[in-house]
Design a protein around this ligand. Structure first.
Ligand SMILES: NC(=O)C1=CN([C@@H]2O[C@H](COP(=O)(O)OP(=O)(O)OC[C@H]3O[C@@H](n4cnc5c(N)ncnc54)[C@H](OP(=O)(O)O)[C@@H]3O)[C@@H](O)[C@H]2O)[C@@H](O)CC1
Ligand SMILES: Nc1ncnc2c1ncn2[C@@H]1O[C@H](COP(=O)(O)OP(=O)(O)O)[C@@H](O)[C@H]1O
Ligand SMILES: [K+]
Length: 489
């Protein structure tokens, strides 16, 4: 899995990669520029428009000069705006790429840029080498970039955004950020969504194994991580192998939660799904999900279930007792979502009873309820580590780039998903998927990796056709397609 390094580690990573592969830093910069231009050709931008490229004096600017040359070679109309005035301060790679600019490309200084121009802007002013507070001229450059009304695309990171910290000053407000090699941590903070725009990760040929010598506890989960994590079934596998699970979800007026989580579990492969619901609510479940069995009271022997989930739509009323009973009579990890998390936050004495290794899946509001108010993602991740280590539990913080927080302190950021999943019931679907994988014999870590990635992928597949019209049932319908896309039987 791809490790997320700090901005300061990038130079050492590059140096090792360059030495190991017998290439130069200029070659690596060329790879970065080529990757950027290849991606550029796939995004819906008007090719006829002039491209204004703001270049700094460091290697981020060097990328900008190389991109200018390559876009010009592919027929685009390009102008370069230099954001520095002392040639002596340029990095050697930036200087070399500036020297390679063909004479047809106009070269100006940033203050000559008219923000009312038509076109598209590429921000290659500051990258991961930016540190401290922005100097006053840099603030003016960023203000000029932001006063441009057209689309803005940042190279590696929006200029002014620190790579690993919270934003604390002016910053380019990008529509797209194309980042190289690994996503910089700050691009994954929800607080920065206004400045990062859509983020895309560009491969520049540095293998995942080249990161292993660096310390770090943050990882980025991608499609190629999934197949190896799945369990293999064979032609003699029977429904018992695929797991018997119990889902405690739904209450009067919220029976959809039970239906969505049970259906999602079945679509994820569960052998037998039992739904615990109030007797008067049984019909809706039996009609909507005939494949699920229904029980009206908590079975005496919970050990017959390979996994249990509790929470979606159960209400917070008198359910603390139900939670306590399950915790005392079941030893395997449980999935705790929605109202179960709220009940835990109202009855903190229950936390010590939660089976070790259980998975709590809070969205940001539920997270604050159980762990206390958080100011930002940095604070949230620190609190999550402390909580997981103290209680030996796992947290899955939901949102864009949902984060798997493990008891050993690792944080795994998910790469799949789309804003079209911001729809009621999407979380209930995830609960069903996680419980299904646990029931199929996956460890908590593997269940979370497969569950969160395939949930996001199912959302993407549904969103391709349905866009903002995507509903939770569409995500469920797309779950089987995720197995097909990932080549898993
Ligand atoms: N593997 C990869 O990821 C690859 C990375 N590559 C690229 O290299 C980039 C990193 O390049 P880098 O290290 O040269 O630094 P960079 O971001 O250009 O910043 C330095 C400039 O910022 C300025 N500056 C700094 N602080 C400032 C402040 N407070 N206020 C104002 N100015 C400030 C500083 O000025 P100075 O302080 O020196 O006067 C200097 O001019 C990286 O983001 C990616 O794009 C690819 O080419 C290849 C593969
Ligand atoms: N913008 C987004 N990008 C990616 N995934 C998203 C986005 N918004 C929501 N999701 C996903 O959708 C699910 C929503 O869960 P939740 O908030 O619990 O919804 P509900 O309570 O309605 O079921 C989470 O898994 C979350 O990661
Ligand atoms: K930049």
């Amino acid at each position: 899995m791809l490790k997320i390094l700090s901005g300061k580690q990038v130079k050492t990573l590059d140096a090792a990669h360059i030495e190991f592969n017998g290439i130069t830093s200029l070659d690596l910069m060329e790879k970065a520029a080529l990757a950027f231009v290849a991606w550029w050709k796939t995004i819906p931008l008007n090719d006829a428009l002039q491209i204004h490229i703001f270049c700094g004096a460091g290697n981020n600017g060097g990328d900008g000069f190389a991109i200018a040359r390559l876009l010009h070679q592919s027929g685009r109309v390009v102008a370069v705006f230099k954001c520095f005035d002392e040639l002596a301060k340029m990095s050697p790679e930036a200087f070399s790429n500036m020297e390679k600019l063909p004479s047809e490309i106009q070269q100006k200084v940033w203050s000559e840029f008219d923000p009312d121009s038509d076109g598209i802007l590429i921000d290659a002013f500051l990258g991961v080498g930016f540190s401290g507070r922005l100097r006053s001229e840099a603030v003016e450059v960023i203000q000029r970039i932001n006063s441009f009304a057209g689309k803005k695309v940042s190279v590696d990171i929006p200029s002014g955004l620190p790579s690993d910290e919270l934003l604390d000053g002016p910053c380019v407000e990008a529509d797209y950020t194309a980042t190289f090699a690994f996503p910089k941590l700050s691009l994954l903070f929800p607080e920065h969504s206004q400045v990062t725009g859509e983020m895309v990760l560009l491969d520049i040929g540095i293998g995942d194994e080249e990161y292993s010598r660096f310390s770090g506890s943050c990882f980025f989960l991608r499609e190629n991580d999934i197949a190896g994590v799945h369990r293999k079934f064979h032609r003699f596998s029977h429904k018992g192998d695929f797991g018997k699970i119990l889902i405690v979800a739904g209450s009067k007026g919220k029976m959809g939660a039970a239906i969505l989580s049970c259906t999602a579990a079945l679509r994820t492969g569960s052998g037998l799904v039992t739904s615990l619901v109030a007797e008067e609510e049984r019909q809706i479940v039996q009609i909507s999900v005939p494949e699920a069995m229904v029980t009206f009271s908590l079975p005496q022997d919970l050990s017959k279930f390979d996994a249990i989930a509790i929470g979606p739509g159960i209400g917070v009323g008198r359910n603390a007792e139900l939670l306590a009973t399950i915790f005392k009579n079941y030893t395997n990890p449980i999935v705790l979502d929605a109202d179960a998390i709220t009940i835990l936050s109202q009855n903190p004495e229950l936390l010590a009873l939660v089976p070790k290794g259980s998975i709590l899946t809070p969205h940001l509001t539920e997270f604050d309820r159980i762990l206390g108010k958080t100011e930002n993602h940095q604070d949230r991740l620190a609190k999550a580590s402390e909580f997981c280590q103290k209680w030996n539990l796992n947290l899955l913080i939901k949102g864009a780039n949902s984060v798997i927080c493990l008891a050993d302190g690792r944080h795994i950021f998910n790469s799949s998903g789309t804003q079209f999943m911001a729809t009621g019931g999407a979380g209930d679907v995830l609960t069903g998927m996680l419980t299904s994988f646990l029931g199929q014999g996956y460890s908590e870590e593997r269940a979370m990796i497969c569950g969160v990635f395939q949930h996001g992928l199912a959302g993407e597949i549904a969103g391709r056709k349905k866009r903002r019209g995507t509903i939770a049932s569409d995500i469920i319908e797309a779950i089987p397609d995720t197995f097909v896309e990932l080549g898993i039987s």
